[in-house]
Design a protein around this ligand. Sequence first.
Ligand code: GTP
Ligand code: MG
Length: 602
Amino acid sequence: MSENVSETKTIELPSTMTVRDLAESIEASPIDVIKVLMTNGVMANINQLIDFDTAAIVAAEMGFEASLQMVEQLEASDAGEVPLWRRLIASEDEKDLQPRPPVVTILGHVDHGKTTLLDAIRESNVQAGEVGGITQHISAYQVKHNDRLITFLDTPGHAAFTAMRSRGAQGADVVILVVAADDGVMPQTKEALAHAKAAKVPMIVAMTKIDKSNANADHVKQQLADEGLIPDEWDGDTIVVPVSGTEKIGIEDLLEAILLVADNTEILANDDGTIIGTVIEAERDKSRGTVASLLVQNGTLNVGDVVLAGTSHGKLRAMFDFYGEKIESAGPSTPVQVMGLNSVPDAGELFRTVDSEKDARAIVAEREDDMKEAQKKQSSVMTLESMFDRYQAGEVRELRLIVKADVQGSLEPIVSSLQEISASDVEGQINVNVLHAGTGNIVESDMLLAASSQAIVMGFNVTADSAAHKLAEKEHISIRHYDIIYRLIEDVEKALKGMLEPEERETVIGHAQVRAIFKISRYGKIAGCRVTDGEIRRNARMRVIRNKEVIHDGEISSLKHEKDDVRDVREGFECGINLKEFDDIQEGDVLEAYVKELVAVA
Ligand code: GTP
Ligand code: MG
């Protein structure tokens, strides 16, 4: 190192700080800092907030080269696919990194035994006396195996995927995919698999309920192989551990497998580094205020630290471990409960610490402004049209798709054609990645996966249910409907070449329930309907949905209210509808009206 270089000291500063904090960081007296500010035309008192650029000038005059704190640099840069906390750890000096306990998330189909398995793991590892200490449901805990800690995160077990689940995989080092030996691979097993794949997290299969008389391990292994998870005993690389949560069979093996997988991946953090982690869950407690479960992922969190998570912030008044015991500090991979945040942060939100509550408020104000800006300009919405431009701008690396079709017979040719496009490598670079393919309507869980992985949803002869629609609107997810396979494939091909014409975007405008059928010789069948939401327009297109399946898609030939031909009928009103080229309408059918509009390329 030359002498000149060693004279300037480098320092990391946040985007905003008080004069006092700056003075402390550069080991100068606040008076001197204020003097330098004055000579630069800034009148500031000791508690005033100054921004990074101003602070950097002061620091420079005092012999420091300032750079923006790494965590803020990372926050400002493109989120990409790698979670911020991982990028932060990657930015740490290698020599400062130490191994940390692996974080394990359990995913799987409803009732397949996730909670029972977690309980079995916990009971076999926790002293009886300690169990009594657990007073409430906890969603995160640690166990010790072979003297090594493992952190487990339970995920809510509702039928629908929750946002937490998709984020749960984001925070995990290892995913345990639970499949019941008596039930096999089910829809949510596949969804869980898609989430884990999207998050690029290594996976172990726990085949639960192995004690049951109707357990069929070979069948399940075959199903897993069909999903691309070839069991290790078949020379694949997926570890499949047969277990029983109720009989406590295979628990040790599972823990061994977790440590084995963990040893194959770098599971590191810097105990003394920047403090960052993820909000596991949070709620408002009447007597304790906001109580949040946090998973520390880097650095060591202390009582008294000022935590910032999204727009929620506060000084930590108290911290508890998963037994509910008061603790003062918590290092990487430790789940803790904290009190002191001013509002309830979202589950899955990242948290970090800042120097003071004043800084926190300044950053929150900025974030709120950014959020408003982002809402105004939705150009970052992932659409098939914008795909190519965003690829060229380096914002995305592949085209991610979620494909839903009415029947397996259509799904297979669609997916294999998409994979062929991928293999033929259009333009030599952009990859098509089908994150999830399944039969049935587009549902909320599809949209959650799309939102968390910037994917586009493509439906073939299916419709999106109302929860999915709501989420699509809120998260600005593009759903594309098709009824001809080659059109779907063609659009994807065009998108990869940046040649897709303006999108014909579909908007569902209303639904009507068929309550009676009238036969009129001149028209054929007229459906007597009630508009249940939105409106039906004469010039709209109409899907006929029976037992949640789309059985027809076409035009309206007449729309009547009482005896008159009308242009539209609104929610709550009755109407008579006659469809073009469809005479099989039945009582109980649901009619979905939609319009197609040309939307310019974003
Ligand atoms: P959700 O959280 O609702 O998705 O369910 P889960 O996956 O957490 O399943 P849970 O652990 O609640 O188990 C569902 C049912 O299966 C319960 O009645 C359990 O007693 C039973 N069960 C779970 N594991 C086993 C097992 O290994 N063997 C047997 N025989 N039954 C089991
Ligand atoms: Mg459960």
